[in-house]
Design a protein around this ligand. Structure first.
Ligand code: GLC
Length: 821
């Protein structure tokens, strides 16, 4: 036994997990405070530790070995809100734990982390790592001022802090303070705060060891990451006198990210078309214009999968309408474009044009049915609260009510019937054109159980509830299809429902560079499917910036070219054939990489690891990687290193400490470190992990096209030598019932040569007629290449490029190859 005084799995359902090793349960006895051992609430976990001092109450519960929930509140415990972030599918999970009851403190430990709490108020809390050592502790007692709450934690001298979504202030959050208040931030400047999203999650990384803190409240809050006091991280909110904090275990930062995404839900596997190139603009004003952009995408052979319509397709900008003059035959256009492999995505903002005060029905179904069903937020007089947005006076769905979410989801019925593939929920902070840019904080939202919450409390969750309603509606309307929703506002957990983007950025180099830190921190904060407007929304990118932004954007998870009204056009061809050729090439690179990219998205949906990863996530403890905001990893095996500065110049890339191949020169950089990339006609250099096997496909023009030709496997020698490929139909949910195939590749060097193998599971049919295995960095031609049965395989050796290409006939995903030198 590890502990002197041990209570194994003391409570409720946990006894089952403990079996006969459980000692007689005995309550931990608090010295100054009264400690009770069990606290059971319907829908909650069955075991928790309670400390009460009459005024302040502490509850600690175990959700999983890597996830503890710590709640502190004053007054009687209210059963007001469930979490707006925690994935209900997570259920009432729990895990075995041990309690050590010492005279002055009580310690709860799982296999992965623990907490030691002073029994004397104010219940000082220390977070323990898997070894039982203090990994963090409160910097002071939780304080309750002005009806709010403040919780502060120590920052170790060298600790770096990541997370907080896409806040636009560098990669490391340390030394900065942030406001969590979802805001329509048109034309935001780097450094601007608050922005559109609020994700109150931080990952603390200290010499390669990590832990995470998630402050679960959608209320307005400030997170001060060592700005006021360099050694203290504080979360404070003036709304609500309770603290709901999740403590997440490392020590590996990947584990923290995975635990946080297990708690708040993972980015579901998107439909494959959503991984393609998206063409958008505010706005394609007419059907004629939209059709001509679509036609040009195809005639210029720009691989693409979606065309987006912004608010001007609507009649008077009213959501769920279509302007019959601008778009006389939207369903016809949707069908024609779909036949050309282009999906249509429509914007549908959450505000509904108001017809309040009118006696007869307005004929605008979203308002009429919403009013009849009492689905809009009320004002104090009992009428519907109105604020001005794009359609003029508008009302706001009460997304806190499940019946309203259902009503909202059903509004998509006609568009879905017409074949519209995806939907865009913008302005859902919620934005208004009033001075406060949003709704009055005193407005009362209704909850399913009859309780109410102020808008000031619910605000940061509003967009998330909007995205949830859309996602769930689409799931009902097309039950076996993966929905695609884009949201602008988000709270923790929104990744379960929608992809996101960074809002109204600008056409500047600074904004281009910032996409890396923003998307990396979004990824760490659970958001795997995210992007930034390619080209910059506000302003005009010159030719060089548009080309280079496309080159980088093509290697980020969500890839959409979008631009503001009255800005210069930025479709791929606007700067003439030379820049169009580079843009095409950049998009083609993405389409060739789709097998790899789709596999990484599938991994994200299963593990919560982001698609776009900061280098430190894979290389914790490497100080240079922890500082590097200029490069990132796409999955674990490709490192994306853009030039970022203007001009056709050389630049230096700082590689993490392992072997990397420059995929252009094919040179091995054996130990990482700084490496120079010469001036070239491509602003992005890809490095492959030495040991990576990367699947690629022949070029297609859109994702409905089956590639014709061989599956290509790029093998970059090194240790460990691995690769993966995930296949399914790319659109339905059949994969959840087993209709997929997962291929694992491995290679092993030995005295005589190298063995390479592919092993697959799952029944999904492969698309390729043959496989081409491209081995890089091969110093001489192999003397023989045979398959698993000893039959010779055709192969070509390119001495100049030091490559051997092995041709494997057939569609099999299970084979082995031996090369002898
Ligand atoms: C907001 C969005 C932008 C969109 C515009 C019009 O500014 O952020 O992407 O184009 O509204 O709908």
């Amino acid at each position: 036994m590890l502990f002197r005084e041990v209570l194994l799995c003391a409570f409720g359902a946990l006894l089952a997990a403990c079996g006969s090793s459980a000692k007689t349960p005995a309550l931990p006895v608090a010295a100054a405070a009264k400690a009770t051992a069990t606290e059971k609430r319907v829908g909650e976990i069955s075991g928790s530790l309670a400390l009460d001092d009459g005024e302040v109450h502490l509850r600690l519960s175990v959700l999983a070995a890597d996830t503890l929930r710590l709640r502190l509140f004053r007054g009687p415990e209210r059963n007001i809100v469930g979490s707006f972030a925690v994935d209900p599918a997570r259920g009432a999970a729990s895990a075995p734990y041990m309690l050590e009851d010492a005279p002055n403190s009580v310690t709860l430990r799982t296999a992965a982390l623990g907490v030691r709490i002073d029994k004397t108020p104010p219940f000082h809390v220390a977070l323990l790592d898997e070894r039982g050592q203090v990994s963090n502790e409160q910097a002071g007692p939780v304080s309750w001022q002005a009806g709010g709450v403040r919780s502060s934690w120590q920052l170790a001298p060298d600790a770096r802090v990541f997370g907080l979504g896409d806040k636009a202030r560098g990669l490391d959050r340390r030394g900065q303070s942030f406001e969590l208040w979802n805001t329509d931030a048109y034309g935001w400047k780097p450094d601007a705060d608050p922005l559109y999203k609020s994700i109150p999650f931080v990952l603390l990384l200290d010499h390669g060891r990590a832990n995470g803190l998630f402050f679960d409240s959608p209320a307005r809050a400030q997170v001060d990451v060592g700005k006021t006091d360099a050694q203290i991280l504080s979360y404070s909110s003036a709304v609500g006198d309770s603290l709901d904090l999740y403590l997440l275990a490392g020590p590996d930062p990947k584990h923290v990210v995975s635990a946080f995404s297990a708690l708040t839900g993972r980015t579901p596997l998107p439909p494959r078309w959503a991984l393609g190139y998206h063409q958008s603009r505010y706005s394609y004003l007419t059907e004629k214009e939209a059709r001509s952009v679509a036609a040009r995408l195809r005639s210029d052979a720009i691989p693409s999968d979606a065309l987006w319509l912004d608010i001007d397709y609507q009649l008077g900008n009213a959501p769920f309408t279509v302007d019959p003059q601008a778009y006389p035959n939207l369903p016809g256009m949707v069908g024609d474009l779909e036949r050309a492999g282009l999906r249509v995505v429509l914007i549908t903002d959450p505000h509904i044009k108001s017809y309040q005060g009118q006696k007869a029905p307005s004929g605008y179904a979203p308002y009429d049915t919403g009013a009849a069903g009492d689905h809009f937020l009320h004002d104090p007089s009992g009428g519907f609260l109105e604020a001005k947005v794009w359609p003029g006076a508008s009302v706001f769905p009460e997304f806190t009510l499940s019946r309203t979410r259902t009503w909202w989801g059903d509004l998509y019925r006609d568009f879905v019937k017409q074949g519209v593939a995806g939907f865009w929920n913008d302005m859902n902070e919620p934005a208004s054109f009033d001075e406060t840019k949003t709704l009055p904080v005193a407005a009362q939202h209704r909850l399913d159980d009859g309780a109410t919450l102020t808008h000031g409390f619910v605000h940061n969750a509003y967009g998330s509830l909007n995205a949830q309603a859309t996602f769930e509606g689409l799931s009902r309307l097309r039950p076996n299809e993966r929905p695609f929703v884009l949201t602008r506002a988000a709270y923790a957990g929104t990744q379960r429902f929608a992809a996101t983007w960074t809002g109204d950025n600008s056409a500047t180099r600074e904004h281009l560079a910032l996409t890396i830190a923003q998307l990396a921190n979004l990824g760490v904060s659970g958001y795997a499917f995210a992007g930034a407007d390619v080209g910059g929304f506000v302003g005009c990118p010159d030719q060089e910036l548009l080309v280079e932004w496309t080159e980088l954007g093509a290697l980020q998870p969500f890839f959409r070219n979008h631009s503001g009204k009255d800005t210069c056009r930025r479709e791929p061809w606007v700067h003439g054939p030379v820049s169009e050729a580079r843009i095409r090439k950049a998009i083609e690179r993405r389409y060739r990489l789709l097998p790899y990219l789709y596999t990484v998205f599938e991994e994200a949906s299963r593990t919560g690891l982001p698609v776009l990863r900061p280098l430190w996530l894979e290389y914790p403890g490497d100080a240079a990687s922890e500082r590097n905001a200029n490069s990132y990893l796409l999955g674990a095996d490709l490192l994306v290193a853009p030039k970022l500065v203007a001009g056709n110049v050389a630049y230096v890339v700082q590689l993490p400490p392992s072997g990397w191949y420059d995929t252009v020169s094919e040179a091995l950089i054996a130990k990482g470190g700084p490496v120079s990339v010469g001036a070239s006609n491509d602003s992005v250099r890809l490095f492959a992990r030495a040991g990576a096997i990367i699947p690629k496909q022949p070029l297609i023009q859109h994702t409905d096209q089956a590639p014709t030709g061989a599956l290509e496997l790029d093998l970059w020698p090194g240790e460990p030598c691995t690769g993966n490929l995930y296949l399914d139909d790319g659109r339905s949910l059949d994969y959840q019932r087993g209709a997929f195939r997962r291929v694992s590749y491995a290679c092993r060097a030995h005295d005589a040569g190298i063995d390479i193998s592919a092993q697959s599971t799952g029944p999904f049919t492969t698309w390729w007629p043959s496989t081409e295995l491209v081995l890089h960095d091969v110093r001489r031609a192999p003397s023989s290449v045979v398959d698993g049965r000893g039959a010779a395989l055709r192969h070509d050796y390119d001495a100049k490029r030091r490559r051997t290409v092995v041709h494997l006939p057939g569609s099999s995903a299970d084979w082995s190859v031996r090369l002898v030198f």
